[in-house]
Design a protein around this ligand. Sequence first.
Ligand code: NAG
Length: 208
Amino acid sequence: MIHILLIVSSLFTFSAYAAVQDFCVADLKGPDTPAGYTCKPAAKVTTADFVSTLGASGNTSNIIKAAVTPAFAEQFPGVNGLGISIARLDLAAGGVVPMHTHPGASELLLVTQGFITAGFVSSANKVYVKTLKKGDIMLFPQGLLHFQVNAGGFTSVAFASFSSATPGLQILDFALFANDLPSKLVEATTFLDDATVKALKAVLGGTG
Ligand SMILES: *[C@@H]1O[C@H](CO)[C@@H](O)[C@H](O)[C@H]1NC(C)=O
């Protein structure tokens, strides 16, 4: 009997400390910390914090002929703290999402229109690549370099869900050729020649 009482009372004690909040809608005026944004006061939370749309196609008039429309915590505050988010990918004919990584999330891609050749490279440098058609899904494990290329001669569309409200995004080509990292250092770290590095910097907006 005493044992049961102890267990029951410890359960109450535990549950008092384990009380969870239903949600933590991002207060975008506060800082974005590694633990996410601070919570907007619950009294101010409305249905609109949990509803958004990715119904509109993104503008693909750019160098990569692709548009990623994110619904991460910044755009969709309701996902804050829930370890989940989503984005829409529009790939015009010839479009490509260059080799990139999401340091904070695994990605699950669902093709809803057209054909997309997608792949990732493991830490062991093994390549996993496949041409996906409408309805196909592909997984990209957290942190690994991956890419998507339009494999149809027309616009393809996909939706990517992420295991984080703030997946992060680093594009390899931009990291190498779209900033002011001195060309000599880019050449030393990539084994590319000076002319190639300067040509890529010119295309992608890098200097130095
Ligand atoms: C798409 O982006 C291009 C380049 O920035 C711009 O010129 C064009 O007006 C945009 N189109 C739409 C529909 O917003």
